[in-house]
Design a protein around this ligand. Structure first.
Ligand SMILES: C[S@@+](CC[C@H](N)C(=O)[O-])C[C@H]1O[C@@H](n2cnc3c(N)ncnc32)[C@H](O)[C@@H]1O
Length: 273
């Protein structure tokens, strides 16, 4: 550890438990867009431990210096140069990504910026992508611990726009950005990680093609019925033939399905296979 670098003890404490969850969620190659990278400790730790990922740290304008020296010293091949990104200013100056991550930002930004953060991620996230948000959260308007209540009071006394957010409010926000809360992990120190995954684009319907209708009515469990199940799960665009799923997956069986549709859907897909 270099004593001259900006340092967060909280970051040091939470990086190991967060990593274990990111390993599960960010389980395929892709770029991770990190919002509000702070000191860069997370970026270095996660990029080092997850070499199949490419990490894109970002910070609000004027704050990139907090991380830049640490990121340069780490010299990891899978960390991209840090970018200035104000989550509250859409459109974001970044390319599309498969994954997104942010830690301890939702209670620091004003709610309007939290809204923009979800919108920005919604505009950039791949169809098989996920957004992991770490921090303290309330559940149905209730603090989950006395220490979180005190922390919230402290935040609000510092700036009225800050405060611990409700999981239900974040979940509703995600839905406006074509995402849905799919997993919720409880982590040490009364913090948690919420995983938001893509939902099908509007315009996808469960309409059946004539071939699927026949298969469905005949009760067939042949590959044709698999085709029906698969395309129902993924959503079929009215104007596209049913042989291609919404995300362009080939209908070759269910091993090719990413497990990004939520547990229930994944199970139903397996049954169909
Ligand atoms: C509590 S720190 C967390 C830093 C780091 N993610 C961590 O967990 O240690 C909150 C971070 O959010 C950043 N931030 C606040 N408002 C932002 C915005 N509108 N856009 C991007 N980042 C923002 C701050 O600059 C700060 O680095």
């Amino acid at each position: 550890m270099n004593a001259d670098l900006p340092f967060s003890q909280a970051c040091e404490n939470n990086k190991a438990p967060i990593l274990e969850r990111l390993r599960e969620v960010f389980n395929a190659p892709g770029t991770v867009l990190e919002i509000g990278s702070g000191t860069g400790q997370h970026a270095v730790h996660f990029a080092h431990a997850l070499p199949h990922l490419q990490w894109q740290p970002t910070e609000r304008p004027g704050a990139c210096h907090l991380a830049s020296t640490r990121l340069k010293q780490a010299a990891l091949p899978n960390i991209l140069p840090i970018l200035e990104l104000d989550a509250g200013k859409i459109p974001w100056p970044v390319a599309d990504v498969r994954w997104a991550f942010s830690a301890n930002t939702a209670h620091i930004m004003g709610w309007d910026h939290v809204e923009q953060m979800f919108r920005g991620i919604g505009e950039r996230l791949a169809d098989d992508g996920a957004f992991c948000l770490y921090g303290p959260f309330n559940h149905r308007g209730q603090f989950t611990s006395e220490s979180n209540r005190e922390f919230d009071q402290y935040l609000r006394s510092r700036a009225p726009h800050m405060g611990i957010r409700d999981i239900e409010d974040l979940s509703a926000l995600a839905e406006t950005a074509r995402m849905a809360l799919s997993e919720r992990f409880e982590l040490p120190a009364n913090n948690g990680m919420l995983v938001f995954r893509r939902t099908p684009e509007p315009g996808f319907t469960e309409k059946l093609t004539p071939m699927q209708e026949i298969s469905h009515r005949s009760g067939s469990r042949s590959p044709v019925s698999n085709l029906f199940m698969f395309s129902r799960m993924a959503g079929v665009r009215d104007d596209k033939p049913a042989r291609t799923s919404a995300q362009g997956w080939k209908l070759q069986g269910f091993r090719s399905c990413p497990k990004d549709m939520g547990t229930g859907m994944a199970t139903r897909m397996k049954c169909a296979g």
